[in-house]
Design a protein around this ligand. Structure first.
Ligand code: FAD
Ligand code: SF4
Ligand code: SF4
Ligand code: SF4
Ligand code: FES
Length: 675
């Protein structure tokens, strides 16, 4: 018989369903409760199609094809109907498609994946997984303030997993096999700035086969990772090895070339098919108090850059560092290592409000930095054009503002003057706009880039990292933006749409009660050199985890993300049909998972009652172990009998399950990975 599907004339044999006929001709119709191994059942309603002349939508899996039928499989009405069916299924579907650690990582690194692989001793695969998102794992493992750990659920048991230390472990120990570069596309991209943002964009675009040249004003690549972060936190040799690997892919590096001075943005736009601006924030912000122009007063990043290029001897010098962030801590601790006899940190709030990481403040204190909290410089005093002292206003914390934060308020008449010969102002940094005058900028001076597509006001010019929008942030944020920007630049070079749709994911909230049965196991500690030793040199202060500690640490992971993420049809369709299940919010189930089927893990909260497992077990395997238990809203699928003598242990139930409700158990830690 002959029928028409989506305007294509197709033939179908007697007894074939519309679904069979469509599939035989390569026309895809989504299904959740159909499997060729078993009789059709027609419960999910996703496979609906329209037949001309029939006012009702038909379930294509259970409607026979008939001669002269005119079928449509993807009209607006069908899409709406599928969307509603999916939303209803998802309204009582609880779990976590992806782990909270991954969702909190600005570069969307699959933390659960590589932590699991480390637990299983698969270090090379773990490294390859990290490098899908971060081309500088050993460097980022050392310096990342790890927002992933803030979100880690293990905190509900005792302490989060040391995710960053594990990243450093594989970055240092695993063998990196570079992914192959795709054949040349003939397209070229110029990247201005070889910091983590620029290097990541270069890495991704080069792997896609584009010709990539990175221009950087400094003698070496690395940006603030090289010229801001001191050697004792990130050895330059570690960073350089990772940069060399990017160069080996065929990325061209042009150092000592400053855009604006040596070549213009307009010239790059003419020469290349696209340009990515990743110039960071390289101008130190000024304090705005008298005396700032004196000799011996310098910006935090300028001081650190000097120390990286040509360290000066500060023996016997008295140094004041203004600011409470990580740059200020790096400046304080660098000054200590360069021999300063006294190093003061001046910050106008208390230690609790300091934006620097707690460990940085503690370690700086151990190294001899004197903290002068609740003080604010009001004048830098000098003689003969050089700083001699800094006059400080004593502050107190005032009433909380609308955000709940207590602002610093001067205490009238209370001042202090400390004798210093160097003042380092580390209160923030901003874009140096030289050479980028054609780009629209925010009031704070950074380049305006669309937050999804990273486009600027100039066609073919994209911008990422510290140079853009909200300004200076952390390295992994620049890396995440560069990853996503490289994707859009790739599409731009192919002449495709630049739009970006956010992904729908199922998420759940957990409490300590959910993990009450877990045995407590303390987090691995990084070994740090003693303050007495480390304050005298620039050698790295912490040591990498041993293999034994890394494996033990990784084994603590609670495996939060769904094991079926890469195979789950439900989440695939949810995104294809732009679901909004919140519309149907109501009562949801919270039932315990069970390992009551041999070698299969069962999570009833992810079951959509499609019946595939029940029927495959009965019709195909002939065991009949599984059944629908309970009634109405509380129906669930589980072993109807507890006698497993008859279970064939074939795993077919997990195989047919379209969601993560039934998942095969594996030896070692289960890890959701792309096939
Ligand atoms: C002192 C300090 C400590 C930090 N510590 C941490 C930390 O511990 N952890 C963390 O995650 N983040 C840290 N950060 C932040 C992190 O380094 C930045 O967020 C990150 O480097 C930004 O990356 P980017 O690629 O946007 O820019 P950058 O790393 O700043 O790189 C920009 C590059 O552009 C080049 N460039 C600039 N202008 C031009 C021009 N006109 N022509 C050609 N090239 C140009 C520069 O030479 C530089 O190489 C720190 C920052 C500082 C300053
Ligand atoms: S079964 Fe699918 S939709 Fe549900 S949590 Fe797992 S991946 Fe997400
Ligand atoms: S326990 Fe594991 S999967 Fe869960 S958030 Fe922490 S690292 Fe991620
Ligand atoms: S457990 Fe069975 S009924 Fe539930 S979704 Fe999986 S296959 Fe369908
Ligand atoms: S109703 Fe047809 S596949 Fe589920």
């Amino acid at each position: 018989m002959k029928l028409t599907i989506n305007g294509i004339r197709v033939t179908a044999a007697e007894g074939q369903t519309i679904l069979d006929a469509a599939r035989a001709h390569g026309i895809d119709i989504p299904t959740l409760c159909q499997d060729d191994r078993i009789e059709m059942y027609g419960s999910c309603g996703i496979c609906v199609v329209e037949a001309e002349g029939n006012p009702r939508l038909l379930r294509s899996c259970s409607t026979m094809a008939a001669d002269s039928m005119v079928i449509h499989t993807d009209t607006e009405r069908i899409r709406k109907n599928r969307q509603t069916s999916l939303e209803l299924l998802l309204s009582d579907h609880t779990g976590d498609c992806r782990a909270p650690c991954m969702l909190a990582c600005p570069a969307e690194t699959d933390c659960q994946g590589y932590v699991g692989l480390i637990a299983n001793g698969e270090y090379d695969r773990a490294l390859a997984l990290i490098k899908e998102k971060i081309p500088l794992p050993a460097s980022i493992g050392r310096v990342c303030p790890h927002p992933c750990e803030e979100a880690c659920r293990r905190e509900l048991v005792e302490q989060p997993i040391s995710i960053a230390a594990l990243k450093q472990f594989v970055g240092d120990n695993a063998l990196s096999s570079e992914p192959g570069v795709s054949p040349p596309t003939g397209k070229t991209v110029a990247i201005i700035g070889g910091g983590p943002g620029g290097l990541t964009a270069a890495y991704v675009l080069r792997l896609r086969g584009h010709g990539v040249t990175v221009y950087d004003a400094m003698p070496h690549m690395g940006g603030m990772l090289r010229y801001g972060i001191p050697e004792y936190r990130l050895p330059k040799s570690v960073l350089q090895q990772e940069i060399d690997a990017i160069e080996r892919l065929g990325v061209h590096f042009r150092n000592n070339v400053s855009i604006g001075r040596d070549v213009t943005l307009a010239e790059l736009r003419k020469t290349y098919d696209a340009v990515i601006v990743a110039v960071g924030a390289w101008t130190s912000m000024a304090l705005g108090c008298p005396g700032e122009e004196l000799g011996g007063v310098l910006g935090g990043i300028d001081f650190l850059r000097g120390a990286a290029l040509d360290p000066s001897d500060l023996t016997g010098r008295k140094v004041a560092v203004v600011g409470g962030g990580n740059t200020a801590m790096d400046a304080c601790r660098t000054a200590v290592r360069l021999g300063a006899s006294e190093v003061y940190n001046i910050y106008r709030r208390t230690r609790n409000e300091m934006p620097a990481e707690d460990v940085e403040i503690t370690e700086a204190g151990e190294e001899g930095v004197v903290f002068k909290n609740l003080t604010n410089p009001i004048e830098i005093l000098g003689e003969g054009g050089h700083v001699t002292a800094v006059r400080l206003q004593i502050m107190e914390l005032g009433q909380p503002d609308a955000s709940g934060r207590r602002g610093p308020v001067p205490i009238p008449g209370r001042e202090e003057t400390i004798a210093v010969d160097t003042v380092i102002i580390a209160i923030g940094q901003t874009l140096n706009p030289a050479g980028l005058e054609d780009l629209d900028r925010t009031r704070r001076g950074s380049v305006i880039a669309d937050e999804r597509s990273f486009r600027t006001n100039l066609d073919g010019v994209f911008a990422v990292g510290d140079a853009t929008n909200k300004g200076a942030d952390i390295a992994v944020t620049a890396i995440g933006e560069a990853q996503r920007a490289a994707e859009t630049v790739g599409r731009y070079l192919d002449g495709q749409e630049l739009s970006y749709a956010p992904q729908y994911l199922v998420r759940s909230e957990k409490t300590a009660a959910d993990f009450a049965d877990r045995e407590k196991s303390p987090r691995a500690k990084m070994v740090c050199r003693s303050a007495e030793q480390r304050r005298n040199d620039f050698r790295e202060i912490t040591t990498v985890l041993s293999e034994q500690d890394a494996k033990r640490e990784a084994s603590r992971c609670l495996e939060c993300g769904c094991m079926d993420y890469y195979e789950c049809k439900l989440i695939d369709y949810a995104n294809r049909y732009s679901v909004q299940p919140e519309k149907y919010e109501g009562k949801t189930h919270h039932r315990a998972s069970a390992d009551d089927i041999p070698n299969v893990h069962r999570n009833p909260d992810k079951c959509i009652l499609c019946g595939l497992c029940v029927r495959v077990c009965d019709e195909e395997v002939g065991a009949g172990i599984l059944g629908f238990v309970g009634r109405g809203f509380d129906t669930c699928v589980k072993p109807a009998s507890e006698d497993f003598k008859e279970c064939a242990d074939c795993g077919q139930c997990a195989e047919v399950c379209p969601t993560g409700a039934l998942v095969g158990r594996t030896a070692g830690k289960p890890v959701p990975l792309r096939a």
